[in-house]
Write a protein that binds this ligand. Structure first.
Ligand SMILES: *Cc1c(COP(=O)(O)O)cnc(C)c1O
Length: 373
C-alpha cells in the first residue's frame, strides 16, 4: 500500500484537465506577472471568505511580514505569538526588529492560551498573532476582546486553516482569517489550498489597510516607477493564481474530505489511554490541515520508527519549541518556561492526511498503530 503524508499527485490527476488548461492559457497569454488570473483570484477569494479585500503575495511568510509593515510596527514594538508553530511566524517579527514575545498554548487545542496572552502584555505590546494551528481557530472571542481592551492589532496566521468557519457568539459563522485586523495565508503546495510552488495572501476588512498592503507588495508603488514608500517585491505568479482559481472551487470539498478522514481515524482509534485524538474546538470548524495525535505513553519516537518500517509515514509538527530554537537564543528563554509547548513537542505525531486518503489506507494505518500502543 502506497501511503503518503500528502498525496498531491492523486489530487492533481482528478483535476488535471482543468489545471492543464489554466496553465496553458497563462503561457499563451504571457502576462506572467499580475496577469488577469491574479485579480480574479483576489476577487474570488474575497467573495469566498466574505472579506472586503484580498491581496495575494509571494508566500505566507511574506504575508506576515507585509502585514506587520502595513500596520506601521516600529523596532522595539512587542508582538505576542505562539511558541508552538512554524518558525515563519516569529522569523518575520525578528527580521523587522520587532520583539517576538512567545506564549504557551492550550494543550488540547494546540492554540494560544488567552490567559498567557494577558500575562505577556505590557506597554510595548502592539500586536497579537494567533496561529490557527492544524486547521482550527484559536479562541478569537477572547483574543479580540484582549486586543480591544489594550488597543492591539490582531494578525491571524491562517496558513493552516483557510476555509474554516468561526462560530460567532450570535450563532452565525465567519471565515477564519477575517476576524482580526489582517489575516494571512499560504498557498504552499501541501496547505489545504496549495499551488504548484510558493504563494500567499493577506485579507482585511479595512479598505485603507488593503490599499496600503497592495502598494507594499509591489515595491511601495501604485503608479509604475513612482514609489511612495519602501516596499518589497512579493507577488503571486499569474500561473499560480490560475491554478488556485481551479483549486478554490474544490476547497470546500477538499476540506470536507479531510474532515471525513479525521472522523474515520477517530472512529477506528477509539478511546485509548496511550494517546489522545485531536480535540475539536468549540470555536470553529476543523479543516484538518493535520491530524495530530498526542502519544501519551512516552513511546512516540519508537512508534514513529515502527510505523515507518511498515511504510506508514508520520511527521512531528513541531519537534522543538520556538523558545528553544538555536536561531532564537537571543530570546533568553529556558527549558521549563513553556510546559505545554515542551510537552507537546515530545508527544505530537501527525498521521497521513490528505484529500485522497482511502478508508482502506486508514484501516491499515490504524491497525498497525494500535499494535504499537
Ligand atoms: C506554512 C506556514 C507559514 C509560511 O508559509 P510559506 O508560504 O511557507 O511562507 C506560516 N505560518 C504557518 C503556521 C504555516 O504553517
Amino acid at each position: 500500500m502506497n501511503i503518503k503524508m500528502v498525496d498531491l499527485r492523486s489530487q492533481y490527476e482528478n483535476i488535471k484537465s482543468e489545471v492543464d488548461k489554466a496553465i496553458q492559457e497563462t503561457i499563451l497569454d504571457t502576462a506572467f506577472i499580475n496577469g488577469p488570473a491574479v485579480k480574479k483570484l483576489q476577487n474570488e477569494l474575497a467573495t469566498y471568505l466574505d472579506v472586503r479585500k484580498v491581496i495575494t503575495c509571494a508566500n505566507g511568510t511574506d504575508a506576515l511580514q507585509v502585514a506587520m509593515m502595513a500596520l506601521g510596527l516600529q523596532p522595539g514594538d512587542e508582538v505576542i505569538t505562539s511558541n508552538f508553530t512554524f518558525i515563519a511566524t516569529v522569523e518575520v517579527i525578528a527580521l523587522l526588529k520587532l520583539k517576538p514575545v512567545l506564549v504557551d498554548v492550550d494543550p488540547d487545542s494546540f492554540n494560544l492560551d488567552p490567559d498567557k496572552i494577558r500575562e505577556a502584555i505590557n506597554p510595548k505590546t502592539k500586536a497579537i498573532v494567533p496561529v490557527h494551528l492544524f486547521g482550527q481557530s484559536a479562541n478569537m472571542d477572547e483574543i479580540l476582546s484582549i486586543a480591544e481592551e489594550h488597543n492591539l492589532f490582531v494578525i491571524e496566521d491562517t496558513a493552516q486553516a483557510i476555509g474554516a468557519d468561526y462560530f460567532l457568539p450570535d450563532g452565525n459563522t465567519q471565515k477564519v482569517g477575517t476576524l482580526g485586523t489582517i489575516g494571512t495565508t499560504s498557498f504552499f503546495p501541501s496547505k489545504n489550498l496549495g499551488c504548484f510552488g510558493d504563494g500567499g495572501a493577506l485579507m482585511t476588512n479595512d479598505p485603507d489597510l488593503g490599499e496600503k498592503i497592495s502598494v507594499i507588495v509591489n515595491h511601495g508603488s501604485k503608479v509604475k516607477y513612482y514609489h511612495q514608500e519602501i516596499g518589497v517585491n512579493s507577488r503571486l505568479d499569474t500561473i499560480q493564481a490560475a491554478i488556485l482559481l481551479v483549486k478554490l472551487k474544490h476547497l470546500d470539498t477538499y476540506n470536507m474530505a479531510r474532515k471525513a478522514a479525521a472522523d474515520y481515524y477517530d472512529e477506528l482509534l477509539g478511546v485509548n489511554p496511550a494517546f489522545q485524538t485531536p480535540v475539536r474546538s468549540k470555536h470553529s470548524s476543523h479543516i484538518f490541515h493535520q491530524y495530530t495525535l498526542r502519544i501519551k505513553n512516552g513511546k512516540r519516537d519508537e512508534i514513529r520508527a515502527s510505523l515507518a518500517e511498515k511504510d506508514i509515514p508520520s511527521m512531528i509538527y513541531y519537534p522543538v519549541p520556538l523558545s528553544l530554537q538555536e536561531a532564537f537564543r537571543s530570546g533568553g528563554y529556558r527549558e521549563g518556561d513553556f510546559p505545554h509547548t515542551e510537552m507537546l513537542c515530545s508527544e505530537v505525531l501527525s498521521m497521513p492526511m490528505h484529500t485522497e486518503l482511502s478508508r482502506e489506507q486508514q484501516e491499515y494505518i490504524v491497525e498497525n498503530l494500535l499494535k504499537l500502543v
